[in-house]
Write a protein that binds this ligand. Structure first.
Ligand SMILES: Cc1ncc(C[n+]2csc(CCOP(=O)(O)OP(=O)(O)O)c2C)c(N)n1
Ligand SMILES: [Mg+2]
Length: 390
């Protein structure tokens, strides 16, 4: 809405507070403040909500999908959630170090796409990358071990949280450079087209990535060459602490695809059925040789940007509002309301996942670190690459 876009930034809440500092110091601070540019203020609750503004997920009167699909979604999303809750705890205990970005809250973005695609399709994403391979079937042991930087990790302990890879399930990473995976995703789709495989590539990115030049170049070429690619922006409202509204005048992100005549649509990604349907439509288009689609998944992350972010740029109410439309709870509710499973059966799934996650922790704890001779391996494909020195 135009009013939202032009709305003035809210005043800092502490601006009216009285200072107990001595007079001279107060005067100096006031002078400094005048000289400084306007502070960059966090968005108001209303503005931030407008960023993702998805309607509440509801339980359908008649379920759109068979029981097996709902149960698959439930199990996959619970595995993502429980695995990451554990990873967060372990980070607090310093067993996992370095960067670690959790996907908690965004699970439907992945589960709904897995059910809409085939096992041969390729996946690529940014650094918030534990959920995608988990849902594709990578062993939780290999992902947990990677988080622990152990040799048994899926990237041999040399990639860590941001660089999960698993060729066996067609998961091509795990990329740390914001937007860097977008041209790579187009390239993967080019290979599929060139080799006439009939497969496609689904390429995820965050809302921060859509402002990168590389995305616009990739979109242009992908559209021109009608590559079989589904570009997905996981619009969780923030790029680190920067809200979508503070990034650009264009806040309906899906409209960026329209600049390239790319079929583009917004999706309520707190709702796994909507995600499935949108990805299925895009896949059909890609496989029919009609080229790329751009989907804006309106979603939300419950945790901070990374483990070191206290997320002070948003309110508790905002987080609670999104938690109240939780996609896992919605699916659970649908399953129970329509008698697809009993409470006990869902609890049995939960218990199985608890065991799986604990096993992954034990596996990671008991695995060795990579040895020093691994340092230069897997850097270049070409073993005698001229820049490798002793
Ligand atoms: C090219 C580049 N610029 C800056 C950064 C630092 N950085 C890391 S994450 C991030 C925010 C990206 O947010 P978004 O794309 O919305 O993804 P989200 O974390 O919300 O999933 C930034 C700016 C980076 N990794 N790469
Ligand atoms: Mg974001």
């Amino acid at each position: 809405m135009a009013e939202t876009k032009v709305k003035a930034a809210p005043k800092a809440s502490n601006s009216a507070k009285k200072s107990s500092a001595p007079k001279a110091a107060t005067k100096k601070a006031a002078t400094d403040t005048v000289k400084q540019p306007d502070p960059v203020l966090p968005p108001s609750n209303e503005e931030a909500l407008a960023a993702t503004g998805a309607p509440r997920a509801t339980t359908p009167e008649t379920p759109e999908f068979p029981k097996e699909t709902y149960l698959q979604w439930y199990e996959q999303m619970q595995l993502m959630r429980k695995f990451e809750e554990k990873a967060g705890q372990l980070y607090g205990q310093q067993k996992i170090k370095g960067f670690c970005h959790l996907y908690i809250g965004q699970e439907a973005c992945v589960a709904g796409a897995v059910s809409a695609l085939t096992k041969d399709d390729k996946w690529i994403t940014a650094y918030r990358d534990h959920a995608h391979p988990l849902a594709l079937g990578t062993s939780p042991n290999a992902i947990m071990a990677e988080l622990f930087a152990k040799a048994t990790g899926c990237s041999k302990g040399k990639g860590g949280s941001m660089h999960i890879f698993d060729k066996n399930v067609n998961f091509i990473g795990g990329h740390g450079i914001v937007g860097g995976q977008v041209p790579l995703g187009a390239g993967i789709a080019f290979a599929e087209k060139y080799n006439k495989t009939g497969n496609l590539c689904i390429c995820y990115m965050g809302d921060g990535a859509v402002r990168q030049g590389a995305l616009h170049e990739a979109f242009n070429m992908a559209m021109l060459w009608k590559l079989p690619v589904i570009f997905v922006v996981e619009n969780n409202g923030y790029a680190m602490g920067t809200s979508v509204q503070r990034t650009s005048n264009v806040t309906e992100l899906y409209t960026l695809g329209e600049s390239y005549d790319m079929p583009s649509e917004p999706v309520n990604a707190m709702n796994v059925e909507d995600v499935h349907n949108a990805v299925a439509r895009a896949a059909e288009r890609a496989r029919a040789g009609e080229g790329p689609t751009f989907l804006e998944f309106k979603t939300y992350r419950y945790k901070g940007h990374s483990m070191s972010d206290p997320a002070k740029y948003r309110t508790k109410e905002e987080v609670e509002d999104y938690r109240s439309r939780d996609s896992i709870e919605s699916v659970r509710h649908t399953i129970l309301t329509h008698n697809m499973a009993t409470e006990e059966e869902l609890t049995a799934i939960d218990d199985k996942i608890k065991v799986q996650v604990q096993e992954s922790v034990d596996f990671a704890e008991n695995s060795p670190y990579p040895t020093a001779d691994e340092l230069y391996k897997d850097v270049y494909v070409q073993q005698d690459y001229p820049y490798i020195r002793d």
